[in-house]
Ligand binder design. Structure first.
Ligand code: ACO
Length: 427
């Protein structure tokens, strides 16, 4: 396959804005997805002066956990925000890949000349989870609604039993296997021989690097204070390997030597993030200096049902092991060509398994000094749909700081055995 650039027009990353991420059932416990997404969006709009009609071509974002009332969440967010009400908007969803897939959808339209600017992002709350009514009760209520007479309605409602009142609670589990993300990751960690010490080291590094990035003011123009938080609440600057080593395992307990703990797994998190993308012409006209350019992206999926449950190497969160080689081949690049690498840290073991898979597939090793240099999801937390936008904005700014040609790789694993990846470059 010959190397090819995907863009017809170059797509620039102009800036990002997110609210600090909070541990679920904490300070954002009463905040909805719409409120959090609005706060992130307003921060971006105000900072870049995008209030007038037509300033932004469209807003594309999503949430993984949504109430039925949020069927048009992203457009509703526009209507309650500082973005002009004439801005079109739509929802997108690819589990934990949502934020990055929103960036890709927006970038494609800019690349093809269908719009000049767009905002992409995502929000998620595990606190304000969409509890549903029990399926049996829902069917009875629908039957009652369809009934043509009071008698018919009463007859339907008379079928309600106490057991029907048990709510339908969303589970952090794969429908096809019934296993949680953490249990899947534990199976994969065993298949790849990922040690506890290596996981704790990765987690400690993530906290220390995120803390250092906050200390040097890196996030001052990226993070908008919200509901009393100015920094990611999950950040523990004092998180050392020794402290992490003392935590008890929480996943893979059916195995004699479980390695995954609350410290080397992402916590359930609430938050929202946005990114501003545009054509170079649009950026020039408005006087914005692009931080970086999106030059390639890829998605992949694995047969995790057969592979992972059987203890194979193609686990639920391993699709980036396929997406990245494919993307690099298309772009005519190798891992060595990247100054920075951002791997979403769903679990430390999943990052380490992904690195091992890239190595096994002949891509080489990633220099840890280039990996997640401003921390990642183990320290920031992981509000599912927001993570991709957080990473794009962080990496674009890190590349811009280098003030020289530089290239960055993004790898995000997602539920359903999927992976979304991208390349950012600074010319
Ligand atoms: C594609 C994808 O991204 S898949 C990933 C999707 N996300 C997930 O699946 C979320 C996975 N995470 C979880 O389910 C939960 O966070 C769990 C099960 C890992 C942990 O839940 P909890 O037990 O409620 O965690 P909790 O925050 O109470 O932490 C447990 C203990 O570890 C401690 N701890 C957690 N992190 C650290 C740390 N970095 N340093 C030191 N101690 C820590 C806590 O202080 C707590 O200690 P305590 O019991 O003395 O109070």
């Amino acid at each position: 396959m010959s190397p090819q650039k995907m863009s017809v027009r170059r797509v620039a990353v102009i800036g990002g804005a997110r609210i600090p991420f909070a541990r679920s059932d904490g300070p954002y416990a009463t905040a909805s997805n719409q409120q959090m997404l609005t706060a992130a969006l307003d921060g971006l709009v105000e900072r870049h002066g995008l209030q007038e009609p037509g300033a932004v071509g469209e807003f594309v974002a999503g949430a993984v956990l949504k109430h039925s009332r949020d069927f048009n969440l992203v457009r509703e967010t526009v209507l309650g925000s500082k973005l002009h009400p004439s801005t079109p908007a739509y929802d997108i969803q690819q589990a934990c890949g949502t934020g990055l897939q929103a960036v890709i959808a927006a970038a494609n339209k800019i690349a093809l000349g269908q719009t000049d600017s767009a905002i992409a992002g995502g929000a998620d709350t595990a606190s304000d989870a969409p509890l549903g009514v029990n399926d049996s009760l829902r069917r009875i209520l629908l039957e009652a609604r369809r009934a043509k007479s009071l008698g018919g309605r009463m007859k339907a409602l008379a079928k309600v039993r106490p057991g029907h009142l048990v709510p339908d609670i969303p589970r952090n589990a794969e429908p096809r296997t019934g296993l949680s993300m953490g249990e899947h990751a534990a199976v994969t960690a065993r298949a790849w021989g990922i040690r506890r010490e290596a996981q704790d080291e990765l987690a400690a590094t993530s906290h220390q690097r995120l803390a250092a990035a906050y200390e040097r003011g890196f996030f001052e123009d990226l993070v908008i204070p919200f509901r009393g938080l100015a920094r990611d609440q999950n950040l523990r600057p004092g998180s050392t390997v020794e402290k992490l080593a003392a935590l008890k395992p929480v996943f893979g307990l059916d195995h004699p030597d479980p390695t995954m703990t609350a410290g080397n797994s992402t916590p359930l998190t609430d938050g929202a993030a946005t990114v501003l993308l545009a054509s170079e012409e649009w950026a020039r006209e408005r006087g914005f200096e692009p931080l970086a350019y999106l030059t390639a992206y890829e998605t992949a999926a694995v047969d995790f049902v057969g592979g992972d449950v059987a203890g194979g190497e193609d686990g639920l969160l391993m699709a980036p092991a396929y997406a990245v080689p494919r993307m690099l081949e298309r772009a005519g690049l190798g891992l060595d060509d990247f100054d920075l690498v951002e791997i979403h840290e769903a679990f430390a073991s999943q990052v380490l398994a992904t690195l091992a898979a890239w190595e096994k597939r002949g891509l080489g090793t990633v220099d840890r000094a280039r990996l997640n240099v401003a921390g990642s999801s183990l320290a920031t937390g992981h509000p599912f749909a927001a993570t991709g936008a957080r990473i794009v904005a962080t990496l674009a700014k890190l590349l811009a700081e280098r003030d020289a040609p530089a290239r960055g790789l993004i790898s995000v694993c997602a539920a359903g055995g999927q992976g979304v990846t991208a390349i950012l470059e600074r010319a």
